[in-house]
Design a protein around this ligand. Structure first.
Ligand SMILES: [Zn+2]
Length: 346
């Protein structure tokens, strides 16, 4: 490729990336911005001669308008757990630090204040099927059985312990300092969460070239982001690379069907786009010869890491040969989280 072509491509990459991360920014599955970016990427692929399918699914568009927490008359800072339901409660609290304490607790009509072993990590959503440890399921089922009015979680990192649109007990998270204040107080908590789960839809954007070819190569990245981030590395760069690829790859260059797959829901609690794609296109289908997942690429001052997973014998060698001269790439150990796992499992 000549210098002026490379220059043009770089400019376009910058434009596309700015559009994704600045014009759209946070693009939660089910949200208005998420729908807009579905349309933008669909037209981009179509302009480059691809057939595009929008693969629909239902989901929640979660909206929150803040939390008020008072203890002993003092206003304290709390944040809503992602996807929480709303509430307005005034009740005694009970401090619980382990599954054993939770098992023997009486928290019906009270607020459960969780810390210690119960809040060391994010509790996997009920419907998340890829990874769901037994002690997480146990915590959820005990809480649902004992029915506290609401839950306050004390966390180390500024992040939600519950992130589950199928878990109906309202909850918030607070820092250690706020947690200490509550623990040192006498009994009554006032908690108001303003939040709403609105029924919505989302879609995977699936762009295909050479649809009549028998064997298929799938290249994927995800459209959605987490809360509160424009999703530059996660995964604006992935989307941008795939959009530009669609411009560069022409039908005659490939003896395969090329499927450029923008999955929707990698950062949504129940990964609805991934589940939909898996049920419709994976499993029985063995036409896919290679899947390439792009996520977290383009970190400044860092090499592009490539993990090779379950490649057919001989193919690893081909990839390594291709990369040998490229100093900006490095091969790393397999990474078992992310959308490539869909293909590995199948
Ligand atoms: Zn990601």
């Amino acid at each position: 490729m000549n210098q002026s072509k490379i220059y043009k491509l770089k400019n376009e990459l910058k434009e596309v990336l700015e559009k994704i991360c600045l014009d759209y920014g946070e693009r939660l599955t089910g949200s208005y911005k998420n729908k807009q970016i579905q349309e933008y990427t669909k037209s981009y692929f179509e302009e480059n001669g691809y057939n595009v399918e929008l693969q629909d699914f239902s989901c929640i568009d979660w909206k929150e308008q803040g939390v008020e927490l008072h203890c002993n008359g003092e206003a304290l800072i709390a944040k809503p757990s992602y996807y929480t339901k709303k509430c307005q409660v005034e009740a005694e609290f009970v401090s619980l630090k382990s599954i054993e304490e939770l098992e023997t607790s009486r928290i019906n009509n009270k607020v459960a204040l969780l810390s210690g072993d119960l809040t060391t990590e994010q509790i996997m959503p009920k419907s998340f099927s890829f990874y769901n440890p037994e002690h997480h399921q146990k915590i959820i089922s005990l809480l649902e059985e004992k029915k506290p009015l609401a839950i306050v979680t004390i966390v180390d990192n500024d992040t939600s312990i519950f992130e589950d649109g199928d878990f109906d007990i309202p909850s918030v998270y607070v820092t250690k300092e706020v947690g200490e204040k509550i623990l040192n107080s006498t009994g009554i908590i006032n908690l108001s969460i303003k939040a709403e789960r609105v029924n919505s839809t989302g879609a995977n954007v699936i762009a295909r070239l050479n649809e009549d070819k028998e064997k298929k190569i799938v290249i994927t990245a995800h459209l959605d982001t987490k809360y509160g981030t424009p999703g530059a590395l996660d995964n604006g760069t992935g989307i941008a690379v795939l959009l530009l690829l669609s411009k560069l790859i022409k039908p005659e260059m490939l003896d395969y069907c090329l499927e450029i797959l923008l999955l929707n829901g990698e950062d949504y609690y129940s990964t609805p786009g991934q589940m939909k794609y898996m049920s419709e296109y994976l499993g029985e289908d063995n036409s896919i010869v290679l899947a390439l997942n792009c996520d977290g690429i383009g970190l400044k001052d860092s090499k592009t890491a490539i993990a090779l997973m379950e490649l057919k014998e001989g193919n690893e060698f081909i990839v390594k040969e291709l990369l040998i001269e490229k100093k900006d790439f490095e091969i790393i150990e397999p990474w078992v989280e992310g959308d490539h796992m869909l293909f590995l499992m199948n």
